[in-house]
Ligand binder design. Structure first.
Ligand SMILES: [Zn+2]
Length: 457
């Protein structure tokens, strides 16, 4: 049905897709309709602003998270007429508490540093000198005597060479995830890391750090880039200095939270599912606009755009808003476990968790036979900015789906240049999301869901 030579004609501003192999020209007309509805209304941005103002601080154990759950249920039930389910999820119970303090004292002067506690950080107040390491590896190789009784600073920044910023993140993020535990094992009193970003501002970027059960947590913080440069310069100068750090974090027993799942029954194969998802939780430093408010809106709006365009799904389409992606992935595990117990079959699952930026492409994994069809969809999506389907990780919340080897897994891959400017920082707010860029993402995902539903065997 798909494949062979394709020809794109532009008639009166409408792209018509023709093919010698019997491609249905109705597809390009329907996809154009999705984009027209999306771009005329820009509803995605209105919904994103609502979510971020009603529930800005929405780690999955925070009070705001439950406001986000109620908001998503109302949108799914009342606005989209879907069946909506709350799935109970036990999540870690970490709170930041009051804003952190980091004061660097050198040569009789005090320099306040911009710092944010990492998720999993302990509370504490510490005054000590700082020992610096350029990389996590350098810290790992250091003798305990160098670290004991000191504050550790790991100044491992993003490698500027990869074009995709996610690659730089993947290369550096071990310093945030594992660095504080390595420092604690060697007797450090606290650990600071350079923020995971290319941005040349001074906003600290938080994120999860992991203390295994065998390690007693210590205060662990990210520094803004300017603050990191200041501290590094002082360490290199070998001037006498002290750093005072205070964190107010609390860790309680696991607590109950929820996934939100909206379902639109399929007409021909209701027992087969296509999932489109994002994660509803977000770090509390900003309001989680790109990470991952945008992905939640993409998932919900993809179904809404299909509804507005008059689509009748063959399979059952679901939006899934996962709890606890940021500090545990427990929502994804619960969704998949429940689904497995119910004997459900997923033909495809897509996550949007790379921001609300201009569409570029989709990554795929898990089912090479189904993935081969994607290249045939490309001519239909190229007029809207999609230029690739390429192998790669789909999304953290889709990891449990890998067990279902027939299920095609997809990750939305927008332009990545600005994503880590805002990721987990105070600037991850709707002002840094462009309404048309966000909407184009919703429409691209809607169009892909339509093609998957229609053409996947
Ligand atoms: Zn995310």
């Amino acid at each position: 049905m798909w494949g062979g030579k394709a020809l794109l004609l532009s008639l009166y501003g409408t792209c018509i897709f023709l093919s010698a192999t019997g491609q249905d020209p109705a597809d390009s007309i329907f996809i154009r309709k999705i984009f027209d509805i999306a771009l005329e209304n820009l509803e995605s941005y209105t919904w994103l602003k609502e979510l971020c103002s009603i529930a800005p601080k929405r780690l999955s154990n925070y009070a705001d998270y439950f406001k986000a759950v109620a908001w998503a249920e109302e949108k799914g039930l009342k606005w989209m007429g879907l069946t909506v389910e709350r799935q109970p999820v036990w999540v870690p119970n970490w709170y930041r508490g009051n804003p952190e303090v980091a004061l660097l004292e050198v040569s009789g002067r005090t320099f306040p540093l911009n710092a944010a506690a990492l998720g999993g950080s302990a509370a504490g107040h510490v005054r000590a000198s700082v020992v610096g390491f350029a990389t996590l590896e350098a810290l790992e190789l250091a003798p305990t005597s160098l670290v004991q009784g000191k504050i550790v600073f790991i100044n491992q920044g993003f490698d500027p060479h990869p074009v995709e910023t996610g690659t730089s993140y993947g290369m550096a993020v071990g310093s945030r995830r594992n660095g504080p535990a390595v420092a604690a094992r060697k007797g450090a009193l606290a650990c600071l890391i350079r923020s995971m970003t290319h941005a040349r501002d001074d906003y600290p970027h938080t994120g999860m750090t992991v203390f295994p059960d065998s390690v007693t947590p210590i205060p662990a913080l990210a520094l803004g880039m300017v603050s990191a440069d200041t501290l590094w310069a002082v360490i290199k100068s070998q001037k006498e200095h002290t750093l005072f750090i205070e964190t107010f974090c609390r860790q309680g027993p696991d607590t109950l939270s929820f996934n939100v799942v909206g379902e639109w029954k399929g007409k021909e194969k209701p027992g087969e599912f296509i999932v489109v998802g994002g994660h509803l939780d977000a770090w509390d430093t900003g309001s989680g606009a790109h990470d991952d408010g945008a992905g939640c809106i993409h998932a919900m709006m993809a179904l809404r755009l299909l509804q507005k365009a008059g689509y009748t799904p063959r399979r059952t389409l679901r939006f899934v808003l996962f709890a606890n992606e940021e500090n545990g992935l427990r929502g994804a595990e619960v969704y998949y476990k429940l689904s497995y117990q119910r004997g459900e079959v997923h033909v495809a699952a897509l996550e949007s968790d790379a921001g609300g930026f201009t569409p570029r492409g989709f990554r795929y994994e898990n089912n090479p036979t189904r993935a081969a069809l994607l290249q045939d969809f490309l001519p239909l999506l190229m007029p809207y900015g999609i230029s690739f389907f390429r192998p790669g990780g789909s999304g953290a919340d889709l990891i449990p789906f890998r067990k279902e080897t027939d299920c095609l897994l997809l990750g939305y891959s927008p332009d990545s240049q600005r994503y880590f400017d805002h990721h987990h920082a105070a600037t991850d707010t709707p002002e840094h999301v462009h309404p048309r860029e966000l909407e184009l993402g919703s429409a691209c995902i809607a169009a892909l869901i339509y093609l998957l539903d229609k053409y996947l065997p």
